[in-house]
Design a binder for this molecule. Structure first.
Ligand code: PGA
Length: 250
């Protein structure tokens, strides 16, 4: 059985006090379940706090992006080496907000994916189409291109220790979720692309769904054959909701 992963993406939210309360609630209520990994991906300044509060628990943590460079004159950037020092296991790469608000290209996303792996981090590679692209019938072409750019650069072997997240842009933070059937269709498509290169790695690859996952729709999504968990934005900031979503993955 493939391992499942539920990762929270806090985005640019939190404060020292709010994080402490949220993590205390998760620590006391998030049970460890066989075959399901749980993690929170937090803003850089909170990594030290989160590492302090979560080390020794079954909850892992990570960041939301990283530089493709390992060191140097890159003002404002954070390297994989630095994330490693703060005990990160995961790092989100190519989130649609990074692509659209910060101009990250497929090539840059691929370079970031490889930088994460150089430092022993597990990249969570995000792919997804906009509403306009879906309505034009370009969903598979767009999502396939985003995935292939990383496959071509990192090789299929890179996906032996990575996760993929299908996040339709029109579903992120909108309250409009892809139907379980729409998610399954795309997850199956992505797994088939990976299987063309290596069937074994494709079978083991965790493919997460992201975009307005809530306690009320998580179970339905996660019971689909190729949906192996979720990347959770808004609902990961509410302890009750995140706990319920993690439970839905078990
Ligand atoms: P959302 O965000 O759950 O708030 O839609 C998901 C994401 O952006 O990863």
């Amino acid at each position: 059985m493939r391992r499942r992963l539920v990762a929270g993406n806090w985005k640019m939210h939190g404060s020292l006090a709010a994080n402490e309360a949220l993590l205390a609630a998760l620590k006391s209520r998030l049970r460890q379940v066989d075959g399901v990994d749980c993690a929170v991906c937090v803003p850089f300044p909170y990594l030290n706090q989160v590492a302090g509060l979560l080390s020794g628990t079954h909850i892992a943590w990570g960041a939301q992006t990283l530089s493709e460079h390992d060191a140097g004159a890159h003002t404002g950037e954070v390297s994989g080496a630095m994330l490693r020092e703060f005990g990160c296991r995961y790092v989100i790469v190519g989130h649609s907000e990074r692509r659209s608000l910060h101009g990250e290209t497929d090539q840059q996303v691929a370079a970031k994916f490889m930088a994460a792996q150089r430092w022993g981090l597990v990249p969570i590679l995000c792919v997804g189409e906009t509403l306009e692209q879906r309505e034009r019938g370009d969903t598979q072409e767009v999502v396939g291109r985003q995935f292939e750019a990383v496959l071509n650069a990192a090789g299929i072997a890179g996906f032996a220790s990575a996760a993929l997240a299908y996040e339709p842009v029109w579903a992120i933070g909108t309250g409009r979720t892809a139907t379980p059937a729409q998610a399954q269709e795309m997850h199956e498509f992505l797994r088939a692309l990976a299987a063309k290169r290596d069937r074994g790695i494709a079978q083991e690859l965790a493919i997460l769904y992201g975009g307005s996952v809530k306690p009320g729709n998580a179970k339905e999504l996660f019971t689909r054959a190729d949906v192996d968990g979720g990347l959770i934005g808004g609902a990961s900031l509410v302890a009750d909701d995140f706990v319920a979503i993690c439970e839905a993955a078990s």
